[in-house]
Design a protein around this ligand. Structure first.
Ligand code: CDP
Length: 247
């Protein structure tokens, strides 16, 4: 979060730098089955973010000491390509990617019926090809679709979204400048049907009222994002049905 007070991110009419209103999402597109060798895959474009997700498993957890006799272990790995950001990102894991991998693994763990696969692991590779703020929630949204596309039983889809505070106003889905120079950023992961929160982090400060306003905005947007997820999965099954019909 920057402090540059001379940068105006929202105009008098409540319009943001990229032309959006305060509660407007950036454009989101999701496609499934983009990788042949993965058990499930999804590609998401969310504003300027471009992220590929590949899912493998469930398969026997390895090394063996990572096995859980009661349930499958979710191993999500979030990785940013060296060319995904303005300044070259040094390849390999860093503190940030280890943290994001952990919170995404935990969020997915709540949505997947892990108890059906004791001693197994499910690998979820999240590769950020182009980053433009909100990569963790875009990655989580796509990961959830990729897991469903792999045919892994799930209780619910996870929807990721952020809201935050910019120029003193609560806004949905922060863009890059808003993320850099805004006052707060609240990424959340929500189970689509139950509304249960499975990921919540916060950068910056919000009052209780602002937090409630931001959360309400996220819940409202989650319905729209979930429709896009479901449409991507429906597209997969329509294509399958057509293949079968043509046999
Ligand atoms: O991407 P997300 O908002 O989930 O995480 P963040 O740590 O708040 O990062 C915000 C944005 O900063 C990223 O989406 C990237 O666009 C950018 N970033 C960067 O330019 N270089 C990095 N090494 C990490 C992040």
């Amino acid at each position: 979060m920057g402090t540059a007070s001379d940068i105006k991110l929202i105009d008098e009419k409540g319009i943001r730098l990229d032309g959006r209103s305060l509660s407007e999402l950036r454009p989101i597109k999701i496609e499934t089955d983009v990788l042949e060798r993965a058990d499930g895959s999804a590609y998401i474009e969310w504003g300027g973010n471009k992220i590929m997700v590949a899912v493998y498993g469930p398969r026997e957890a390895y090394p063996k000491h990572t096995q859980d006799i009661d349930k499958a272990v979710i191993k999500a790995r979030y990785n940013m390509a060296a060319f995904s950001v303005d300044e070259r990102k040094r390849p390999g894991p860093d503190r940030r990617s280890v943290e994001i991998s952990k919170v995404i693994s935990e969020a997915l763990q709540c949505a997947i019926m892990v108890e059906q696969f004791p001693r197994a692991q499910i690998d979820v590779y999240i590769e950020v090809l182009q980053a433009d703020a909100g990569t963790r929630i875009a990655g989580l949204t796509a990961a959830s679709v990729a897991v469903a596309a792999a045919g892994i039983p799930m209780r619910d889809l996870v929807v990721g979204c952020t809201a935050g505070k910019v120029d003193g106003k609560i806004v949905l889905d922060l863009g890059k400048e808003e993320d850099n120079f805004g006052q707060a950023d609240l990424p959340m992961g929500i189970l689509a049907k139950s509304g249960k929160i499975v990921l919540m982090q916060m950068d910056g400060d919000l009052t209780t009222e602002e937090f409630d306003e931001a959360t309400a905005m996220i819940y409202d947007a989650a319905k729209r994002i979930n429709d896009i997820q479901r449409e991507a999965l429906a597209g997969k099954y329509r294509a399958l049905a057509m293949e079968r019909g043509g046999e």
